[in-house]
Ligand binder design. Structure first.
Ligand SMILES: CC(C)(COP(=O)(O)OP(=O)(O)OC[C@H]1O[C@@H](n2cnc3c(N)ncnc32)[C@H](O)[C@@H]1OP(=O)(O)O)[C@@H](O)C(=O)NCCC(=O)NCCS
Length: 249
């Protein structure tokens, strides 16, 4: 099995920030506040300077982009131990869930009715971003990776389900899977996963990876049913106490 660090980077490349700055192997990211992943410092591997200094750089980068500093770290990694020692704490206030399971499984397929589009439709945006008029940040993060596809499940003229797929190396990164509440438990999510899986396999993916909050029981049940297993977890961390003052102004 590949190291968690490798998979983290592949997943990150599938979810590009609007502004990114490398710090050794770390990646400081900002995207107008749209999603934790695109607006946190990916603290994976060696930042090339002492961790306390790297965290200071991450704080300055966040503040200069109008963001609260957040670090994304592999659970139980050396970075997490250093974060604890330096007074950082898990960001339990993170709305979407501060602890995330990274799952891997087979790219499924073929689909029965769902299909992949090259360009997202208003219905896709509604389900995947909660609006048919995405912000610049939403548009950037969701439509910028090199190999991208947009899956839809349609009932008549209505978009009942949607998903995003991005291929990085031989990994299909799946995100934003959503089925309209009125159409749940009818197999649409499973069919969307089959559609995006077949699409990814046709573009060189040998496996599929996705990130799901550990509190999202319906999604975890779906992915287990589809043969996914946990590869590792990551967590979001924030500075405790005033260890990260805003020096941007
Ligand atoms: C998770 C979600 C996409 C599932 O969509 P869905 O179309 O209802 O799922 P399916 O009908 O294809 O379910 C296939 C199987 O997954 C499992 N499953 C799906 N939803 C479940 C739930 N709420 N509870 C338990 N198991 C569930 C079941 O095994 C189900 O088979 P069954 O209905 O024969 O028992 C949907 O609940 C949703 O949109 N949730 C909000 C967005 C979200 O959390 N997306 C995932 C982000 S990682």
């Amino acid at each position: 099995m590949e190291p968690a660090e490798t998979l983290e980077l592949q997943c990150a490349l599938a979810w590009p920030p609007m502004t990114g700055e490398r710090l050794g192997n770390w990646w400081l990211r900002a995207a107008g506040g749209f999603t934790g992943r695109a607006n946190s410092a990916l603290a994976v591997g060696d930042p090339g300077l002492p961790i306390a200094d790297a965290l200071g750089r991450a704080c300055d980068f966040a503040h200069s982009h109008g963001l609260d500093p957040v670090v994304h770290a592999i659970k139980d990694s050396a970075v997490e131990h250093a974060l604890t020692a330096l007074g950082w704490v898990p960001n339990v206030a993170h709305e979407a869930g501060h602890e995330v399971s990274v799952l891997v499984g087979p790219p499924g397929g073929p689909a029965e009715t769902s299909r992949m589009l090259e360009v997202p439709t208003p219905g896709w945006w509604e389900l995947c971003a909660g609006t048919s008029e995405p912000t610049e940040a939403q548009r950037h993060v969701l439509t910028t990776a090199p190999v991208l596809g947009y899956g839809v499940a349609e009932i008549g003229t209505e978009t009942a389900g949607a998903v995003r797929g991005a291929v990085v190396d031989d990994v299909l990164h799946v995100s934003r899977l959503a089925v309209h509440p009125a159409y749940r438990r009818k197999g649409l999510a499973a069919d969307l996963m089959a559609a995006v899986g077949a699409w990814g396999a046709a573009r060189g993916a040998t496996r599929c990876a996705l990130q799901v909050a550990v509190t999202n029981a319906p999604a975890l049940a779906l992915y287990e049913r589809l043969g996914f297993t946990e590869h590792h977890r990551y967590r979001y961390w924030v500075p405790g106490a005033p260890s990260c003052e805003d020096r941007s102004s």
